[in-house]
Design a protein around this ligand. Structure first.
Ligand SMILES: NC(=O)c1ccc[n+]([C@@H]2O[C@H](COP(=O)([O-])OP(=O)(O)OC[C@H]3O[C@@H](n4cnc5c(N)ncnc54)[C@H](O)[C@@H]3O)[C@@H](O)[C@H]2O)c1
Length: 317
C-alpha cells in the first residue's frame, strides 16, 4: 500500500477532556486518516466532530465523524477515555464500581464490531480498568494496553530535565507499577544521556542529593491532585501520552513506553495489569522489559501489584 492509500483508523470512546485532547493532538499531527468519535452524550461527540472538521483546512486531510460502535469496524486502535469523574462524597472504590460497569458495557461492543484492533485504556483507575477490559474483551493481552505510567514517566523526565537543566527528551528514567499513589521511580537506572544522575550532577555544578530527588518525585506522584485543585482536571499531557502510544502502534515503531499490560511473572507478579517499559508496535505490546532493579524497587513493584489486587478483590465483580 502506498502512503496515500493506507488507511489509519482510530476510534475514541469518551470525547470529554481527555478523549478530545488526544483527538485534537492526533489531528494536528496528521497521524490518522480516519477518526471516529463516540460518547454516551451524542451531542458532545457531534459537537467535537463539527469543531474538529472546521479546522481541517489548517491540517491534513482526514475523515472525522461522530458515530456508533459499528463505525469502529477496521480501527487499528480504539482509545477509551469514557467514564465518570469522582462525585463529591464518593469514594475511589465507588468511582471504580461505576467505571467498571461502564467498561463492561463498552468493551464487548467494541470487540463485537472491531475484533482485530488494539484497545488503549485511559480511564482511571487505569490499571484495574485495563485488567477488566482484558477480561471483557477476551483479546490477547498484547492488544489491551493501559496508559499506565506513561504520563508519570513524562512528568518525571520533565522535572529531572528542569532540575539538571537539560532537554526532558535526554532524560532516561521510568516510573513503574501502579498509575497512582504506589508508583515507583526507578532511581537505580535513571540517567541523562547515559550518565548516572550522581555523575551528571557535578557537570551542572550540583551535588547529588537523594532527599531533593525524593521531593521531586513526590511532586510527580501528587501532580494530578495539584492540577485538579487548580483547574479541575488534567488532559493535555495525557492526550499527548496517548498520542505517543498510538503513534508507535500506527507506525509499528517498536518504541519503548511505560504502559500498563498484563504481567506474566515479572518480579513474581501474575494476573494483574501494571506498568513496566514495553516495546509497543503494530500488534500492541511486543515485549515487557525486565530491568535490573534494586531490591527495594522490586519490593515496591510487588507492593504496587498487591495493592491493585486488593482493590480489584474489594470491587466484588
Ligand atoms: N490515565 C491517565 O493518566 C489519566 C489522566 C487524566 C485523566 N484520566 C482519566 O480519564 C477519564 C476521563 O477524564 P475526562 O477529564 O476526559 O472526563 P470527562 O468527564 O471530561 O469525559 C468523560 C466522557 O465520558 C463520557 N461517557 C461516560 N459514560 C460513557 C459511556 N458509557 N459510553 C461512552 N461515553 C461515556 C461522558 O459523556 C464524557 O463526555 C477519567 O477517568 C480520568 O480520571 C486518566
Amino acid at each position: 500500500m502506498t502512503e496515500k492509500t493506507a488507511t489509519r483508523k482510530v476510534g475514541v470512546i469518551g470525547t470529554g477532556l481527555v478523549g478530545s485532547s488526544f483527538a485534537f493532538a492526533l489531528m494536528i499531527r496528521g497521524l490518522a486518516t480516519e477518526l471516529v468519535l463516540i460518547d454516551a452524550n451524542s451531542d458532545r461527540a457531534a459537537g467535537e466532530e463539527m469543531d474538529f472538521n472546521h479546522g481541517l483546512s489548517f491540517t491534513r486531510p482526514m475523515k472525522i465523524m461522530a458515530g456508533s460502535y459499528a463505525d469502529l469496524k477496521g480501527a487499528h486502535v480504539v482509545v477509551i477515555a469514557a467514564g465518570a469523574g469522582q462525585k463529591a462524597g464518593e469514594t475511589r472504590l465507588d468511582l471504580l464500581s461505576r467505571n467498571a460497569r461502564i467498561f463492561r458495557s463498552i468493551v464487548p461492543e467494541v470487540v463485537k464490531h472491531n475484533p482485530d484492533g488494539i484497545l488503549l485504556i485511559a480511564t482511571n483507575p487505569v490499571d484495574i480498568l485495563t485488567y477488566i477490559s482484558l477480561q471483557e474483551s477476551k483479546l490477547p493481552p498484547a492488544r489491551v494496553i493501559g496508559t499506565g505510567t506513561i504520563l508519570d514517566t513524562s512528568r518525571f523526565r520533565f522535572v529531572l530535565g528542569q532540575y539538571y537543566d537539560v532537554d526532558a527528551r535526554s532524560v532516561h528514567a521510568y516510573i513503574v507499577g501502579e498509575h497512582g499513589d504506589s508508583e515507583i521511580p526507578l532511581w537505580s537506572l535513571a540517567n541523562i544521556g547515559g550518565v548516572r544522575l550522581q555523575e551528571f550532577a557535578p557537570l551542572r555544578n550540583k551535588r547529588y542529593d537523594q532527599g531533593e530527588m525524593d521531593r521531586l518525585f513526590a511532586g510527580v506522584r501528587d501532580a494530578a491532585y495539584e492540577i485538579i485543585k487548580k483547574k479541575g482536571a488534567t488532559y493535555y499531557a495525557i492526550g499527548l501520552g496517548l498520542l505517543s502510544i498510538v503513534d508507535s502502534i500506527l507506525g509499528d515503531y517498536n518504541s519503548v513506553l511505560s504502559v500498563s499490560t498484563l504481567m506474566a511473572g515479572q518480579y513474581g507478579v501474575n494476573d494483574m495489569c501494571l506498568s513496566l517499559p514495553c516495546v509497543v508496535g503494530a500488534n500492541g505490546v511486543q515485549e515487557i522489559l525486565t530491568l535490573n532493579l534494586s531490591s527495594e524497587e522490586e519490593k515496591g513493584f510487588r507492593g504496587s501489584a498487591e495493592k491493585l489486587k486488593t482493590t480489584l478483590e474489594s470491587l466484588q465483580i
